[in-house]
Structures are given as structure tokens and as C-alpha cells.
Ligand binder design. Structure first.
Ligand SMILES: Cc1cc2nc3c(=O)[nH]c(=O)nc-3n(C[C@H](O)[C@H](O)[C@H](O)COP(=O)(O)OP(=O)(O)OC[C@H]3O[C@@H](n4cnc5c(N)ncnc54)[C@H](O)[C@@H]3O)c2cc1C
Length: 473
């Protein structure tokens, strides 16, 4: 059996011989069943609280593997789950075929057209150096280890290029997708307009993307990083940030995190085990101009650690300093339609000194600029026009689930008076993605109804359901 089939098959009535057939005749990559170290490694996730336990895993190496795996699942009547860099696992994939894409790493850059073609297994950390050496940059997110396709299909909100260029989804030219009928399709605004619209914002609900083509921009450097203040100064820093953020030009982006950091040697000395306010800043312009923009924040309180400077675009991860290693956590997100003084006071009361808050991070991202602009080719990204997004997480395992979920709920509920009516699907937590009404609300009724229609057409049996699931209309 050539080592391609490992472990015992079981769940969902899968017959061992069917898996053998898949492994030996039709799929080039490994086919892994539960009970082996290879299966466990293939099911690894970034959030250790989110276990993935599919009936079988297909480690796809090419479009053909994805097509065969989806055909196999459709014939067997079992669902399909997809995993790339595993930063947003929202379901266990029980009884499903899990297609992992991390072996699919081919990419090419067309310097003249300023476009990139990237296979489904690439992370931003793998794309950024390749485009940077050609003087170009993609609309990447805060964490370079996040997968390109999952990020982009969920909108893709960049802390560097977003306010200047809009969502990553707004700059997609083409998607190669295996749909529920097992066919590989080239999806463009001209070939399959509805499917193109739905995939960009509707994410993995409509098929498995094998390759994506998107625009890149002539940006090589930026001025930015973080100003870290002691958490004792939260009220002053937050007030300065609240008044300052809306004054920034479109080429500058900011967010603020209230952080209770672990005592880790990987963190800069002043941050180890510290309670800090982290003002993130990125500016597409000169250091002189950036420093002028940043001056009001520097004056807000004594700076504990200053990492702002001129950096190559490959250092985009230094803006947010998101945690890289897998860990167990619970998270929640919401959007705000405004952030007035009272909301800032609420943030201080809920997360500031003496609040008893145990969230590792509560961050508020200021959006606006090109984030509000309708793209040339419309898509299903739902949060245009919303000025702020809030994201919080608390670190701990299942034994602390009730406590940490309670903490997160208390903080998020505190912002109910300023809540906007849609949310960013890229930030939906497992708990939020399981809430069908919440998913509907994330899009708003009209957009959701259109997505449900597209889903009914392309995936009537809901084969692709291990995500924030849009039910076939
Ligand atoms: C630390 C951190 C920082 C982040 N920062 C940002 C940010 O700045 N801006 C932003 O917009 N988002 C951000 N995100 C959210 C991130 O974009 C999403 O979590 C994204 O889905 C992660 O993709 P992945 O490949 O890593 O995850 P995975 O868990 O592998 O995939 C997540 C989902 O994406 C879909 N998907 C993935 N690959 C495919 C495919 N080939 N075909 C079809 N569907 C697919 C599926 O629905 C899958 O369930 C961040 C997340 C984390 C954890």
C-alpha cells in the first residue's frame, strides 16, 4: 500500500477499500486515517482548543488531488472540510474528509501586470519575501503565518495597505475552485459572476480554492511598529488615540491593544509578563512625515518600548506582534459603529487597572479610508462603512472554558450600545461561527439571502459545512 494510506478508517461509514482506492489510484498526496502520528500532525491547529477529528485526511499536493477528494466525498455523501494554515478552525470536521492544502506552494509573480498567482497552501510569510524582491507587496494581514487564501476569502483586512487600497478580496482577479460536483472551475467576474462575488467574503462555503490570482502594489518599505505604554496609562493613551485615529490620512493605519502578556523569553524584555497598552501604527511614507503624524501619541504618556521605525514590507508582522506559536485560547469579536468618550470609558472600566480583566488582548482596529470604498468588481465582504472592529482573546484550555467565555462575553456585552450590525467573518470565533443567527447577522439580511441562493445553486447538499456555515437558500 506504498505508505500512502495510514491508520484505520472508520467514521461516517467510510469503507476501508474506498479509502484505499482513493489513496492508490487517484490521489498523489498522503491519505491518512485516525490512529497515526501522521494523521495527528496533519490535524494540528493554531488554537489548541480546536481539535480536528475528520474520518480521513487527504494531504493535497495539486488541483487534481483536491478534485479527486471532493468527488470521493460527494460520491460517499460525506462532508468536506479544508485546512490551510489552521488559524481559524471553527468545527471538528467529525465524519468529514479533511483536505489539507499546505503542500500546495507554487506561486509566480507577473511583474508587468503586478499580479501574483498563488496555490492554496501558501502563507503570507512565504509570499511576502518573493514579492518584496521584485519591489511589490500584497495586501497581507497582521500575522504573516496566516494562510493567503483563507484570509483573502474572508475579506482580508491589512494593517498596512488596507486603508490605502481596501480589502484584499477587492483585488482578486481569478480563483480556481473545485465545486461540490467535483469539477475544477476558473472563476472570474466574467465567467461565474455570482460565484466570484460569493467566494470573496463568503469564504469556504462554495468550494475548495486551489489557486488565487491577485494584485500586488509597488511598496517596499513602510514606517511603523508599536508604541507600548504601561497599562496604568490606559485612560490617557486611549483618549489620545480616540481623538487622533480619525485624523490620520488614508496612507496611515492604527489599532490599539490592551494586553496582559505572558512572561516569555521570546518577547522583548519590557513586555515580559507586563500589562501594556500597545498602539500599532503603519504609514506608507517617509519617517519624517510618520513621526509628525505620531507625535500626539508619543506625548500621551511615558513610552515603555518603542519599535517604530522604517521597515521592509516583509516586517509587517512587527506592527501587531501577534503570537506565532500554537496555544489554547477563546476569542470573540464585534464591530462598532462609533467609539465615543463613553465607549472609551467602558473599555477602561472593563479592561484597565483594577478591572480584574484576564484577556490576553483586547484590540480595537480603526478602519475607514479605502476600507469603505466599493470595489470595481463587487464582492460579499460585509463590513464596508463600519469604522471599528474589536477583537479579544483569552488564553487557557478547556478546563477554563466557562470562566474565559464569561470574561469575553462581559467585555463584548459592555460595548453593546455602540455595536454595528455586521461583523468581519475573518474574526468569527468557533463559538460565533456555530451561531447561525450570528452568521446571518454578520452579513446582514440581503447579502445573506443572496449568499444562500448562490449556496443553493453550487452546494445544495451543503458539502462544505465546516466553516461559518451559510445554509443553502
Ligand atoms: C493571529 C491572527 C491574526 C490575524 N490577523 C488578521 C488580519 O490582520 N486581517 C484579517 O483579515 N484576518 C486576520 N486574521 C484572520 C485570518 O485571516 C483568518 O483566520 C483566516 O481564515 C486564516 O486562514 P488560515 O489558512 O490560517 O486558516 P484555516 O483554519 O486553515 O482556514 C480557515 C478557513 O478558511 C477557509 N479556507 C482556507 N483555505 C481554503 C481554500 N483553499 N478553499 C476554500 N476555503 C478555504 C475555510 O473556510 C477554512 O475553514 C488573523 C488571525 C489570527 C489567528
Amino acid at each position: 500500500m506504498s505508505g500512502k494510506l495510514a491508520g484505520q478508517t472508520g467514521g461516517a461509514g467510510l469503507r476501508a477499500q474506498d479509502v484505499v482506492r482513493l489513496a492508490l489510484r487517484e490521489v498523489a498526496g498522503p491519505v491518512l486515517a485516525p490512529g497515526t502520528a501522521e494523521y495527528d500532525a496533519e490535524c494540528a491547529t493554531h488554537n489548541l482548543n480546536c481539535a480536528v477529528t475528520p474520518a480521513v485526511v487527504v494531504g493535497a499536493t495539486c488541483e487534481g488531488d483536491v478534485r479527486e477528494a471532493v468527488r470521493f466525498a460527494a460520491n460517499q455523501g460525506i462532508p468536506v472540510a479544508v485546512k490551510s494554515a489552521a488559524h481559524q478552525i471553527v468545527g471538528s470536521a467529525d465524519g468529514a474528509i479533511l483536505i489539507t492544502t499546505h503542500r500546495m506552494k507554487r506561486m509566480s509573480v507577473d511583474v508587468e501586470a503586478r499580479t501574483v498567482r498563488a496555490e492554496a497552501g501558501l502563507r503570507w510569510s512565504e509570499v511576502l519575501p518573493r514579492t518584496a524582491e521584485l519591489g511589490l507587496a500584497p495586501i497581507a494581514g497582521s500575522a504573516p503565518e496566516v494562510g493567503v487564501v483563507g484570509y483573502t476569502l474572508g475579506g482580508g483586512q491589512s494593517p498596512l495597505l488596507g486603508r490605502a487600497k481596501g480589502y484584499a478580496a477587492d483585488h482578486v482577479r481569478r480563483l480556481n475552485v473545485v465545486t461540490a460536483d467535483g469539477r475544477l472551475r476558473t472563476v472570474t467576474p466574467d465567467s461565474e459572476a455570482d460565484l466570484f462575488w460569493a467566494l470573496l467574503g463568503g469564504k469556504g462555503n462554495f468550494g475548495v480554492v486551489t489557486e488565487i490570482e491577485f494584485d500586488v502594489f509597488p511598496v517596499t518599505r513602510f514606517h511603523g511598529g508599536g508604541l507600548h505604554f504601561s497599562g496604568e496609562h490606559l485612560a490617557e493613551v486611549l483618549e489620545a488615540w480616540r481623538l487622533w485615529a480619525p485624523t490620520l490620512p488614508g496612507k496611515a493605519t492604527t489599532s490599539l491593544g490592551v494586553q496582559r502578556l505572558p512572561d516569555l523569553p521570546t518577547l522583548p524584555g519590557p513586555l515580559r509578563g507586563a500589562f501594556v497598552v500597545h498602539v500599532r501604527f503603519a504609514h506608507l511614507g517617509s519617517a519624517d512625515e510618520g513621526e509628525q503624524l505620531l507625535a500626539p501619541l508619543r506625548r500621551a504618556a511615558p513610552v515603555l518600548l518603542d519599535t517604530v521605525g522604517e521597515k521592509p514590507v516583509t516586517a509587517i508582522g512587527e506592527i501587531h506582534l501577534d503570537p506565532v506559536d500554537p496555544m489554547p485560547y477563546f476569542d470573540r469579536s464585534m464591530t462598532l459603529r462609533e467609539f465615543p468618550q463613553k465607549a472609551a470609558d467602558t473599555l477602561v472600566a472593563l479592561t484597565g487597572p483594577g478591572s480584574g480583566c484576564r484577556l490576553a488582548n483586547l484590540e480595537i482596529r480603526a478602519l475607514g479610508g479605502a476600507f469603505d470604498r466599493e470595489p470595481e468588481v463587487p464582492n460579499a465582504v460585509s463590513v464596508r462603512g463600519i469604522p471599528f472592529v474589536l477583537f479579544g482573546f483569552a488564553v487557557g484550555g478547556g478546563d477554563q472554558a466557562d470562566d474565559l467565555r464569561g470574561q469575553l462575553a462581559a467585555v463584548m456585552d459592555g460595548f453593546a450600545p455602540w455595536a454595528a450590525d455586521r461583523s468581519m467573518v475573518n474574526f468569527l470565533s468557533p463559538d460565533e461561527a456555530r451561531d447561525m443567527e450570528g452568521v446571518r447577522a454578520a452579513y446582514g439580511p440581503e447579502r445573506y439571502a443572496r449568499l444562500a441562493e448562490v449556496k443553493r445553486h453550487w452546494d445544495p447538499a451543503n458539502l462544505f459545512r465546516f466553516n461559518h456555515n451559510i445554509l443553502p437558500g
